[in-house]
Design a protein around this ligand. Sequence first.
Ligand SMILES: Cc1cc2nc3c(=O)[nH]c(=O)nc-3n(C[C@H](O)[C@H](O)[C@H](O)COP(=O)(O)OP(=O)(O)OC[C@H]3O[C@@H](n4cnc5c(N)ncnc54)[C@H](O)[C@@H]3O)c2cc1C
Length: 508
Amino acid sequence: MAITKKEYDFVIIGSGLGGLACAYILASEGHSVIVLEKNHQIGGNLQVFSREKCIFDTGVHYIGSLDEGENLNQFFKYFGLMKKLKLKRMDEDGFDVIRFKDGKEFKHAQGYENFIATLTKQFPEEKNAIVSYCNAIKETCQQFPVYNLEIPNSSHVNNIALLSMNAYEHIAAITSNKLLQNVLAGTNGLYAGEKESTPWYVHALIMNSYLTGAYRLKDGGSQIAIHMSKSIKALGAEIYKRKEVVGANFKENGEIQEVILKSGEVVKGKKFISNVHPAITIDIFGENRFLKAYTKRIKGLKDTSSSFIVHLVFKENTFNYLNYNIYQVNIDDVWGTVNYNPKEWPQSYFVCTPANSKNETFAESMSVMTYMDSKETDQWADTHNTIANKNNRGADYEAFKKEKEEKVITVLEEQFPDIRLKIKSIYSTTPLTFRDYIGDKTGALYGIAKDNRNPLKTSINSRTKIKNLSLTGQNIVLHGVLGVTIGAFVTCFEFVDKHQLINKVKNS
Ligand SMILES: Cc1cc2nc3c(=O)[nH]c(=O)nc-3n(C[C@H](O)[C@H](O)[C@H](O)COP(=O)(O)OP(=O)(O)OC[C@H]3O[C@@H](n4cnc5c(N)ncnc54)[C@H](O)[C@@H]3O)c2cc1C
Protein backbone atom coordinates (compact mmCIF):
# COMPACT_ATOMS: atom_id res chain seq x y z
CA MET A 1 0.00 0.00 0.00
CA ALA A 2 1.36 3.47 -0.89
CA ILE A 3 1.98 5.88 1.95
CA THR A 4 0.46 9.35 1.80
CA LYS A 5 2.84 12.26 1.26
CA LYS A 6 1.75 14.16 4.36
CA GLU A 7 4.03 15.14 7.23
CA TYR A 8 3.15 13.11 10.32
CA ASP A 9 3.49 14.41 13.86
CA PHE A 10 5.18 11.12 14.77
CA VAL A 11 6.85 8.50 12.60
CA ILE A 12 7.43 5.30 14.56
CA ILE A 13 9.97 2.81 13.27
CA GLY A 14 9.11 -0.75 14.26
CA SER A 15 5.83 -2.23 15.46
CA GLY A 16 7.13 -4.12 18.49
CA LEU A 17 5.07 -3.59 21.62
CA GLY A 18 7.07 -0.42 22.38
CA GLY A 19 6.25 1.10 18.98
CA LEU A 20 2.58 0.14 19.21
CA ALA A 21 2.24 1.44 22.78
CA CYS A 22 3.76 4.81 21.79
CA ALA A 23 1.48 4.93 18.74
CA TYR A 24 -1.57 4.31 20.94
CA ILE A 25 -0.58 6.93 23.53
CA LEU A 26 0.27 9.62 20.96
CA ALA A 27 -2.71 8.95 18.70
CA SER A 28 -4.98 9.08 21.77
CA GLU A 29 -3.60 12.55 22.46
CA GLY A 30 -4.66 13.70 18.99
CA HIS A 31 -1.33 13.44 17.13
CA SER A 32 -1.05 12.09 13.59
CA VAL A 33 1.00 8.91 13.78
CA ILE A 34 2.42 6.39 11.33
CA VAL A 35 4.07 3.07 12.25
CA LEU A 36 6.50 1.49 9.77
CA GLU A 37 7.24 -2.22 10.19
CA LYS A 38 9.73 -4.19 8.10
CA ASN A 39 8.09 -7.60 8.60
CA HIS A 40 4.98 -9.14 7.07
CA GLN A 41 3.50 -9.35 10.59
CA ILE A 42 3.34 -6.63 13.23
CA GLY A 43 4.32 -7.06 16.88
CA GLY A 44 8.05 -7.87 16.85
CA ASN A 45 8.47 -10.49 19.56
CA LEU A 46 4.67 -10.71 19.85
CA GLN A 47 4.58 -12.41 16.45
CA VAL A 48 3.30 -15.97 16.17
CA PHE A 49 3.71 -18.62 13.51
CA SER A 50 1.60 -21.66 12.82
CA ARG A 51 2.54 -25.20 11.89
CA GLU A 52 -0.08 -27.89 11.29
CA LYS A 53 -2.79 -25.61 12.71
CA CYS A 54 -0.82 -25.10 15.97
CA ILE A 55 0.00 -21.54 16.90
CA PHE A 56 3.46 -20.98 18.35
CA ASP A 57 4.61 -17.86 20.15
CA THR A 58 7.97 -16.53 19.14
CA GLY A 59 8.81 -14.26 22.05
CA VAL A 60 6.10 -14.13 24.72
CA HIS A 61 5.13 -17.25 26.66
CA TYR A 62 3.48 -15.78 29.74
CA ILE A 63 2.91 -12.38 31.26
CA GLY A 64 2.59 -11.16 34.82
CA SER A 65 0.92 -8.41 36.89
CA LEU A 66 -2.41 -9.10 35.27
CA ASP A 67 -4.52 -9.67 38.38
CA GLU A 68 -7.10 -6.96 39.11
CA GLY A 69 -5.40 -3.87 40.57
CA GLU A 70 -1.92 -4.80 39.32
CA ASN A 71 0.13 -2.54 37.07
CA LEU A 72 -0.06 -4.37 33.72
CA ASN A 73 -3.78 -4.98 34.22
CA GLN A 74 -4.21 -1.20 34.57
CA PHE A 75 -1.97 -0.39 31.57
CA PHE A 76 -3.90 -2.92 29.49
CA LYS A 77 -7.19 -1.32 30.58
CA TYR A 78 -5.83 2.02 29.32
CA PHE A 79 -5.00 0.35 25.96
CA GLY A 80 -8.53 -1.11 25.90
CA LEU A 81 -7.06 -4.62 25.96
CA MET A 82 -8.23 -6.21 29.20
CA LYS A 83 -11.71 -7.18 27.98
CA LYS A 84 -10.45 -8.35 24.59
CA LEU A 85 -7.60 -10.67 25.49
CA LYS A 86 -8.14 -14.42 25.76
CA LEU A 87 -6.21 -15.22 28.93
CA LYS A 88 -5.47 -18.37 30.87
CA ARG A 89 -4.51 -17.84 34.50
CA MET A 90 -1.67 -20.18 35.33
CA ASP A 91 -1.60 -22.60 38.29
CA GLU A 92 -2.22 -20.73 41.51
CA ASP A 93 0.02 -23.09 43.50
CA GLY A 94 2.84 -23.36 41.01
CA PHE A 95 2.90 -21.38 37.77
CA ASP A 96 6.66 -21.92 37.49
CA VAL A 97 8.35 -25.14 38.52
CA ILE A 98 12.09 -25.22 39.10
CA ARG A 99 13.37 -28.72 38.41
CA PHE A 100 16.87 -30.01 39.03
CA LYS A 101 18.94 -32.84 37.57
CA ASP A 102 17.92 -35.20 40.41
CA GLY A 103 14.25 -34.69 39.50
CA LYS A 104 13.46 -32.60 42.60
CA GLU A 105 10.87 -29.92 41.90
CA PHE A 106 10.14 -26.62 43.63
CA LYS A 107 7.12 -24.49 42.85
CA HIS A 108 6.72 -20.72 42.60
CA ALA A 109 3.11 -20.09 43.66
CA GLN A 110 1.06 -17.00 42.83
CA GLY A 111 0.60 -14.31 45.49
CA TYR A 112 3.23 -13.53 48.11
CA GLU A 113 1.53 -15.42 50.95
CA ASN A 114 1.07 -18.48 48.81
CA PHE A 115 4.65 -18.22 47.52
CA ILE A 116 5.98 -18.08 51.09
CA ALA A 117 3.74 -20.90 52.32
CA THR A 118 4.58 -23.17 49.38
CA LEU A 119 8.34 -22.75 49.62
CA THR A 120 8.33 -22.92 53.41
CA LYS A 121 6.93 -26.47 53.15
CA GLN A 122 10.15 -27.50 51.41
CA PHE A 123 12.46 -25.15 53.35
CA PRO A 124 10.84 -24.98 56.85
CA GLU A 125 14.00 -23.66 58.50
CA GLU A 126 14.23 -20.85 55.90
CA LYS A 127 10.84 -19.21 56.46
CA ASN A 128 12.35 -15.93 57.69
CA ALA A 129 14.69 -15.78 54.69
CA ILE A 130 11.81 -16.38 52.26
CA VAL A 131 9.79 -13.63 53.94
CA SER A 132 12.81 -11.26 53.83
CA TYR A 133 13.29 -12.07 50.15
CA CYS A 134 9.67 -11.17 49.37
CA ASN A 135 9.91 -7.96 51.40
CA ALA A 136 13.11 -7.01 49.57
CA ILE A 137 11.34 -7.47 46.23
CA LYS A 138 8.38 -5.34 47.30
CA GLU A 139 10.64 -2.59 48.69
CA THR A 140 12.64 -2.52 45.46
CA CYS A 141 9.52 -2.28 43.29
CA GLN A 142 8.37 0.71 45.35
CA GLN A 143 11.36 2.66 44.00
CA PHE A 144 10.12 2.57 40.38
CA PRO A 145 7.33 5.16 40.12
CA VAL A 146 5.84 4.27 36.73
CA TYR A 147 5.84 0.59 37.74
CA ASN A 148 3.53 1.75 40.56
CA LEU A 149 1.51 4.06 38.30
CA GLU A 150 3.04 7.08 39.99
CA ILE A 151 4.43 10.19 38.36
CA PRO A 152 8.21 10.08 38.12
CA ASN A 153 10.47 13.04 38.75
CA SER A 154 13.51 13.11 36.50
CA SER A 155 14.42 9.41 36.46
CA HIS A 156 12.36 6.23 36.21
CA VAL A 157 13.94 5.11 39.52
CA ASN A 158 13.84 7.01 42.82
CA ASN A 159 16.85 5.39 44.42
CA ILE A 160 19.69 5.27 41.87
CA ALA A 161 21.87 3.20 44.25
CA LEU A 162 19.49 0.28 43.68
CA LEU A 163 20.78 -0.08 40.13
CA SER A 164 24.20 -1.15 41.46
CA MET A 165 22.92 -4.06 43.53
CA ASN A 166 23.71 -7.49 42.15
CA ALA A 167 20.92 -10.10 42.03
CA TYR A 168 23.00 -13.14 42.94
CA GLU A 169 24.76 -11.33 45.81
CA HIS A 170 21.53 -9.92 47.18
CA ILE A 171 19.85 -13.32 47.27
CA ALA A 172 23.00 -14.87 48.78
CA ALA A 173 22.91 -12.21 51.51
CA ILE A 174 19.33 -13.20 52.35
CA THR A 175 19.99 -16.93 52.62
CA SER A 176 23.13 -19.05 52.70
CA ASN A 177 21.11 -22.13 51.71
CA LYS A 178 22.46 -22.88 48.21
CA LEU A 179 19.42 -24.88 47.15
CA LEU A 180 17.06 -22.11 48.17
CA GLN A 181 19.26 -19.56 46.37
CA ASN A 182 18.91 -21.69 43.24
CA VAL A 183 15.16 -22.00 43.68
CA LEU A 184 14.66 -18.25 44.19
CA ALA A 185 16.74 -17.47 41.10
CA GLY A 186 15.58 -20.53 39.17
CA THR A 187 13.63 -18.50 36.63
CA ASN A 188 16.61 -16.33 35.74
CA GLY A 189 16.10 -17.36 32.11
CA LEU A 190 13.43 -14.65 32.17
CA TYR A 191 16.23 -12.11 32.01
CA ALA A 192 19.18 -14.28 30.86
CA GLY A 193 20.70 -13.77 34.30
CA GLU A 194 24.46 -13.59 34.77
CA LYS A 195 26.05 -14.07 38.18
CA GLU A 196 28.52 -11.18 37.95
CA SER A 197 26.34 -8.56 36.34
CA THR A 198 22.57 -8.99 36.56
CA PRO A 199 21.09 -6.22 38.72
CA TRP A 200 18.86 -7.16 41.63
CA TYR A 201 16.15 -4.73 40.47
CA VAL A 202 15.76 -6.67 37.19
CA HIS A 203 15.13 -9.84 39.19
CA ALA A 204 12.80 -8.02 41.63
CA LEU A 205 10.61 -6.23 39.05
CA ILE A 206 10.15 -9.41 37.03
CA MET A 207 9.55 -11.75 39.99
CA ASN A 208 7.01 -9.33 41.47
CA SER A 209 5.14 -9.16 38.19
CA TYR A 210 4.71 -12.91 37.88
CA LEU A 211 3.87 -13.35 41.56
CA THR A 212 1.03 -10.87 41.12
CA GLY A 213 -0.83 -12.59 38.30
CA ALA A 214 0.80 -14.99 35.82
CA TYR A 215 -1.21 -15.62 32.66
CA ARG A 216 -0.81 -17.25 29.27
CA LEU A 217 -2.32 -15.76 26.17
CA LYS A 218 -4.64 -18.35 24.64
CA ASP A 219 -3.92 -18.87 20.94
CA GLY A 220 -0.83 -16.67 21.05
CA GLY A 221 0.59 -13.33 22.12
CA SER A 222 -0.05 -11.76 18.74
CA GLN A 223 -3.55 -10.92 19.98
CA ILE A 224 -1.99 -8.04 21.95
CA ALA A 225 -0.54 -6.55 18.75
CA ILE A 226 -3.68 -7.24 16.71
CA HIS A 227 -6.07 -5.59 19.18
CA MET A 228 -3.70 -2.67 19.71
CA SER A 229 -3.30 -2.09 15.99
CA LYS A 230 -7.09 -2.03 15.52
CA SER A 231 -7.43 0.54 18.31
CA ILE A 232 -4.53 2.59 16.95
CA LYS A 233 -6.11 2.68 13.49
CA ALA A 234 -9.48 3.59 15.03
CA LEU A 235 -7.72 6.61 16.55
CA GLY A 236 -6.77 7.70 13.01
CA ALA A 237 -3.15 6.48 12.95
CA GLU A 238 -1.65 4.38 10.16
CA ILE A 239 0.35 1.14 10.37
CA TYR A 240 2.23 -0.30 7.41
CA LYS A 241 3.91 -3.69 7.10
CA ARG A 242 6.83 -4.58 4.78
CA LYS A 243 8.19 -1.04 5.14
CA GLU A 244 11.80 -1.26 6.24
CA VAL A 245 13.44 2.00 7.22
CA VAL A 246 16.99 2.11 5.88
CA GLY A 247 18.05 5.74 6.19
CA ALA A 248 16.99 9.36 6.57
CA ASN A 249 17.26 12.81 5.05
CA PHE A 250 18.09 15.65 7.42
CA LYS A 251 17.25 19.33 7.71
CA GLU A 252 20.01 21.93 7.91
CA ASN A 253 19.58 22.15 11.69
CA GLY A 254 20.45 18.46 12.01
CA GLU A 255 16.89 17.27 12.66
CA ILE A 256 15.40 14.42 10.66
CA GLN A 257 13.16 15.55 7.83
CA GLU A 258 12.07 12.16 6.53
CA VAL A 259 12.97 8.50 6.74
CA ILE A 260 13.90 6.52 3.66
CA LEU A 261 12.40 3.08 3.14
CA LYS A 262 14.00 0.10 1.41
CA SER A 263 11.42 0.55 -1.36
CA GLY A 264 12.79 4.06 -2.01
CA GLU A 265 9.69 5.76 -0.57
CA VAL A 266 10.17 8.52 2.00
CA VAL A 267 8.02 9.38 5.03
CA LYS A 268 8.07 12.90 6.43
CA GLY A 269 7.63 13.62 10.10
CA LYS A 270 8.02 16.22 12.80
CA LYS A 271 9.23 13.70 15.35
CA PHE A 272 10.57 10.17 15.03
CA ILE A 273 10.59 7.29 17.51
CA SER A 274 12.75 4.23 16.93
CA ASN A 275 11.58 0.91 18.37
CA VAL A 276 14.65 -0.72 16.86
CA HIS A 277 17.75 -1.79 18.84
CA PRO A 278 19.78 1.38 19.63
CA ALA A 279 22.91 0.10 17.80
CA ILE A 280 20.87 -0.53 14.64
CA THR A 281 19.14 2.83 15.07
CA ILE A 282 22.59 4.45 14.91
CA ASP A 283 23.30 2.55 11.67
CA ILE A 284 19.99 3.67 10.16
CA PHE A 285 20.50 7.36 10.91
CA GLY A 286 24.27 7.42 10.46
CA GLU A 287 27.07 7.32 13.02
CA ASN A 288 28.07 10.89 12.12
CA ARG A 289 24.76 12.16 13.54
CA PHE A 290 25.61 10.98 17.08
CA LEU A 291 28.46 11.84 19.45
CA LYS A 292 31.42 9.54 18.95
CA ALA A 293 31.40 8.59 22.63
CA TYR A 294 27.70 7.67 22.44
CA THR A 295 28.17 5.50 19.37
CA LYS A 296 31.17 3.80 20.96
CA ARG A 297 29.26 3.13 24.17
CA ILE A 298 26.09 1.84 22.52
CA LYS A 299 27.93 -0.33 20.01
CA GLY A 300 30.19 -1.70 22.75
CA LEU A 301 27.33 -2.88 24.96
CA LYS A 302 26.79 -6.58 25.36
CA ASP A 303 23.48 -8.06 24.26
CA THR A 304 21.72 -10.74 26.30
CA SER A 305 22.29 -14.31 25.15
CA SER A 306 20.32 -15.70 22.25
CA SER A 307 18.33 -18.93 22.21
CA PHE A 308 17.53 -22.13 20.39
CA ILE A 309 13.87 -23.06 20.60
CA VAL A 310 12.39 -26.43 19.71
CA HIS A 311 8.70 -26.36 18.85
CA LEU A 312 6.94 -29.72 19.04
CA VAL A 313 3.55 -30.57 17.55
CA PHE A 314 1.94 -33.44 19.47
CA LYS A 315 -0.21 -36.24 18.11
CA GLU A 316 -3.81 -35.45 19.04
CA ASN A 317 -4.76 -35.93 22.71
CA THR A 318 -1.51 -37.58 23.75
CA PHE A 319 0.24 -35.02 25.96
CA ASN A 320 -1.54 -33.42 28.94
CA TYR A 321 -1.67 -29.63 28.94
CA LEU A 322 0.61 -28.25 31.68
CA ASN A 323 -0.74 -25.06 33.22
CA TYR A 324 2.74 -24.17 34.43
CA ASN A 325 6.22 -23.70 33.00
CA ILE A 326 9.20 -25.85 33.87
CA TYR A 327 12.66 -24.42 34.33
CA GLN A 328 14.98 -27.43 34.15
CA VAL A 329 18.50 -26.86 35.51
CA ASN A 330 21.02 -29.67 35.09
CA ILE A 331 24.02 -27.96 36.72
CA ASP A 332 24.76 -27.08 40.34
CA ASP A 333 24.46 -23.31 40.02
CA VAL A 334 21.46 -21.73 38.24
CA TRP A 335 23.62 -18.67 37.53
CA GLY A 336 25.92 -20.81 35.37
CA THR A 337 23.23 -21.77 32.86
CA VAL A 338 23.65 -18.81 30.51
CA ASN A 339 27.38 -19.40 29.99
CA TYR A 340 26.83 -23.07 29.23
CA ASN A 341 29.47 -25.64 28.41
CA PRO A 342 28.94 -26.33 24.67
CA LYS A 343 29.95 -29.98 25.11
CA GLU A 344 27.24 -30.50 27.72
CA TRP A 345 24.55 -28.43 25.92
CA PRO A 346 21.71 -28.05 26.74
CA GLN A 347 22.39 -27.65 30.44
CA SER A 348 19.13 -25.88 31.16
CA TYR A 349 15.87 -25.40 29.35
CA PHE A 350 12.44 -23.85 29.70
CA VAL A 351 9.32 -25.86 28.84
CA CYS A 352 5.90 -24.47 28.11
CA THR A 353 2.76 -25.92 26.59
CA PRO A 354 0.91 -23.01 24.95
CA ALA A 355 -2.71 -22.49 26.01
CA ASN A 356 -5.29 -22.83 23.28
CA SER A 357 -9.02 -22.21 23.31
CA LYS A 358 -9.91 -25.48 21.55
CA ASN A 359 -8.59 -27.99 24.07
CA GLU A 360 -7.85 -27.29 27.72
CA THR A 361 -7.06 -30.91 28.66
CA PHE A 362 -4.42 -31.83 26.14
CA ALA A 363 -1.54 -29.78 24.76
CA GLU A 364 -1.38 -29.39 21.02
CA SER A 365 2.24 -28.36 21.21
CA MET A 366 5.25 -27.57 23.38
CA SER A 367 8.04 -25.00 23.14
CA VAL A 368 11.40 -25.83 24.66
CA MET A 369 13.77 -22.90 24.93
CA THR A 370 17.44 -23.11 25.74
CA TYR A 371 20.33 -20.69 25.55
CA MET A 372 22.41 -20.57 22.40
CA ASP A 373 25.27 -18.17 21.78
CA SER A 374 24.90 -16.41 18.44
CA LYS A 375 28.47 -17.50 17.61
CA GLU A 376 27.15 -21.03 17.10
CA THR A 377 25.38 -19.90 13.94
CA ASP A 378 28.12 -17.54 12.76
CA GLN A 379 28.90 -19.62 9.68
CA TRP A 380 25.46 -18.79 8.27
CA ALA A 381 25.56 -15.14 9.39
CA ASP A 382 25.52 -13.91 5.80
CA THR A 383 22.16 -15.57 5.12
CA HIS A 384 18.91 -13.70 5.83
CA ASN A 385 15.54 -15.38 5.93
CA THR A 386 12.11 -14.02 6.84
CA ILE A 387 8.70 -14.35 5.22
CA ALA A 388 9.02 -10.81 3.85
CA ASN A 389 12.49 -11.70 2.50
CA LYS A 390 12.61 -15.46 1.83
CA ASN A 391 15.94 -17.26 1.48
CA ASN A 392 17.30 -20.73 2.07
CA ARG A 393 20.20 -20.97 4.53
CA GLY A 394 21.27 -24.33 3.06
CA ALA A 395 21.39 -28.03 3.91
CA ASP A 396 24.22 -27.74 6.45
CA TYR A 397 22.15 -25.26 8.46
CA GLU A 398 19.20 -27.67 8.42
CA ALA A 399 21.53 -30.47 9.55
CA PHE A 400 22.81 -28.26 12.40
CA LYS A 401 19.23 -27.63 13.50
CA LYS A 402 18.36 -31.34 13.35
CA GLU A 403 21.37 -32.25 15.49
CA LYS A 404 20.45 -29.64 18.10
CA GLU A 405 16.76 -30.65 18.08
CA GLU A 406 17.82 -34.24 18.77
CA LYS A 407 19.97 -33.16 21.73
CA VAL A 408 17.11 -31.19 23.24
CA ILE A 409 14.63 -34.05 22.83
CA THR A 410 17.11 -36.48 24.38
CA VAL A 411 17.38 -34.41 27.58
CA LEU A 412 13.63 -33.86 27.53
CA GLU A 413 13.12 -37.63 27.62
CA GLU A 414 14.75 -37.73 31.07
CA GLN A 415 11.73 -35.78 32.29
CA PHE A 416 9.06 -37.13 29.93
CA PRO A 417 10.24 -40.68 29.07
CA ASP A 418 7.57 -41.37 26.43
CA ILE A 419 7.54 -37.94 24.82
CA ARG A 420 9.06 -39.13 21.55
CA LEU A 421 6.06 -41.38 20.91
CA LYS A 422 3.75 -38.39 21.22
CA ILE A 423 5.58 -36.05 18.85
CA LYS A 424 4.05 -35.57 15.44
CA SER A 425 6.57 -33.06 14.12
CA ILE A 426 9.48 -30.88 15.17
CA TYR A 427 10.44 -27.30 14.23
CA SER A 428 13.13 -25.05 15.62
CA THR A 429 14.44 -21.50 15.63
CA THR A 430 18.03 -20.33 16.06
CA PRO A 431 19.71 -17.01 16.93
CA LEU A 432 19.55 -16.16 13.21
CA THR A 433 15.77 -16.48 13.19
CA PHE A 434 15.52 -13.86 15.93
CA ARG A 435 18.18 -11.67 14.35
CA ASP A 436 16.31 -11.58 11.05
CA TYR A 437 12.78 -11.15 12.40
CA ILE A 438 13.63 -8.59 15.08
CA GLY A 439 16.41 -6.80 13.27
CA ASP A 440 19.22 -6.74 15.83
CA LYS A 441 22.77 -8.05 15.47
CA THR A 442 22.80 -11.22 17.57
CA GLY A 443 19.24 -12.48 17.95
CA ALA A 444 19.41 -11.43 21.60
CA LEU A 445 16.65 -12.69 23.84
CA TYR A 446 16.05 -9.40 25.63
CA GLY A 447 18.15 -6.68 23.98
CA ILE A 448 21.05 -5.06 25.82
CA ALA A 449 22.17 -6.80 29.02
CA LYS A 450 21.88 -4.59 32.10
CA ASP A 451 24.98 -4.53 34.30
CA ASN A 452 24.94 -3.61 37.98
CA ARG A 453 28.72 -3.01 37.87
CA ASN A 454 28.21 -0.02 35.62
CA PRO A 455 24.49 0.78 35.58
CA LEU A 456 24.76 4.12 33.80
CA LYS A 457 26.64 2.55 30.91
CA THR A 458 23.79 0.13 30.23
CA SER A 459 20.99 2.67 30.84
CA ILE A 460 19.57 3.90 27.56
CA ASN A 461 17.99 7.33 27.59
CA SER A 462 14.93 7.68 25.37
CA ARG A 463 16.29 11.01 24.07
CA THR A 464 19.08 11.12 21.51
CA LYS A 465 21.50 13.71 20.18
CA ILE A 466 19.22 14.11 17.15
CA LYS A 467 16.65 16.51 18.59
CA ASN A 468 13.59 14.97 16.96
CA LEU A 469 14.59 11.31 17.39
CA SER A 470 13.62 9.31 20.49
CA LEU A 471 14.01 5.67 21.39
CA THR A 472 11.55 3.19 22.85
CA GLY A 473 11.33 -0.58 23.40
CA GLN A 474 12.96 -3.11 25.67
CA ASN A 475 16.26 -1.28 26.08
CA ILE A 476 14.78 1.83 27.71
CA VAL A 477 13.60 0.62 31.10
CA LEU A 478 13.29 -3.16 30.99
CA HIS A 479 12.41 -5.95 28.53
CA GLY A 480 9.23 -8.01 28.65
CA VAL A 481 5.65 -6.98 28.07
CA LEU A 482 5.48 -5.01 31.30
CA GLY A 483 8.97 -3.46 30.99
CA VAL A 484 8.39 -2.37 27.40
CA THR A 485 4.99 -0.89 28.29
CA ILE A 486 6.57 1.19 31.05
CA GLY A 487 9.35 2.18 28.62
CA ALA A 488 6.77 3.46 26.12
CA PHE A 489 5.28 5.72 28.78
CA VAL A 490 8.75 6.99 29.69
CA THR A 491 9.37 7.78 25.99
CA CYS A 492 6.02 9.55 25.65
CA PHE A 493 6.45 11.67 28.80
CA GLU A 494 8.62 13.84 26.58
CA PHE A 495 5.58 14.72 24.45
CA VAL A 496 2.55 14.32 26.69
CA ASP A 497 1.81 15.78 30.15
CA LYS A 498 2.90 12.93 32.39
CA HIS A 499 0.51 13.82 35.23
CA GLN A 500 -2.48 13.68 32.93
CA LEU A 501 -1.26 10.55 31.19
CA ILE A 502 -0.68 8.59 34.40
CA ASN A 503 -4.06 9.75 35.69
CA LYS A 504 -5.69 8.49 32.51
CA VAL A 505 -4.08 5.09 33.10
CA LYS A 506 -5.20 5.06 36.73
CA ASN A 507 -8.76 6.01 35.81
CA SER A 508 -9.07 3.59 32.89
C1 LIG B 1 12.29 -16.17 23.06
C2 LIG B 1 11.74 -15.03 23.84
C3 LIG B 1 10.85 -15.29 24.86
C4 LIG B 1 10.31 -14.23 25.58
N1 LIG B 1 9.37 -14.50 26.54
C5 LIG B 1 8.75 -13.48 27.16
C6 LIG B 1 7.67 -13.75 28.05
O1 LIG B 1 7.29 -14.91 28.27
N2 LIG B 1 7.07 -12.69 28.65
C7 LIG B 1 7.44 -11.40 28.41
O2 LIG B 1 6.84 -10.48 28.98
N3 LIG B 1 8.46 -11.12 27.57
C8 LIG B 1 9.11 -12.12 26.93
N4 LIG B 1 10.11 -11.86 26.05
C9 LIG B 1 10.56 -10.46 25.89
C10 LIG B 1 9.60 -9.62 25.08
O3 LIG B 1 9.07 -10.37 24.03
C11 LIG B 1 10.33 -8.39 24.50
O4 LIG B 1 11.04 -7.74 25.52
C12 LIG B 1 9.40 -7.37 23.86
O5 LIG B 1 8.40 -7.95 23.08
C13 LIG B 1 10.25 -6.40 23.01
O6 LIG B 1 9.44 -5.36 22.51
P1 LIG B 1 10.07 -4.11 21.76
O7 LIG B 1 9.07 -3.03 21.77
O8 LIG B 1 11.41 -3.81 22.31
O9 LIG B 1 10.19 -4.52 20.23
P2 LIG B 1 10.69 -5.79 19.42
O10 LIG B 1 9.82 -6.94 19.76
O11 LIG B 1 12.15 -5.93 19.54
O12 LIG B 1 10.32 -5.35 17.95
C14 LIG B 1 11.06 -4.46 17.17
C15 LIG B 1 10.34 -4.30 15.85
O13 LIG B 1 11.07 -3.39 15.01
C16 LIG B 1 11.03 -3.91 13.69
N5 LIG B 1 12.15 -3.34 12.93
C17 LIG B 1 13.47 -3.59 13.13
N6 LIG B 1 14.21 -2.88 12.24
C18 LIG B 1 13.34 -2.18 11.46
C19 LIG B 1 13.49 -1.27 10.38
N7 LIG B 1 14.69 -0.96 9.92
N8 LIG B 1 12.38 -0.75 9.81
C20 LIG B 1 11.13 -1.07 10.28
N9 LIG B 1 10.94 -1.93 11.30
C21 LIG B 1 12.02 -2.48 11.90
C22 LIG B 1 11.15 -5.40 13.87
O14 LIG B 1 10.76 -6.10 12.72
C23 LIG B 1 10.21 -5.61 15.07
O15 LIG B 1 8.88 -5.78 14.64
C24 LIG B 1 10.69 -12.89 25.31
C25 LIG B 1 11.59 -12.63 24.27
C26 LIG B 1 12.10 -13.69 23.54
C27 LIG B 1 13.04 -13.39 22.41
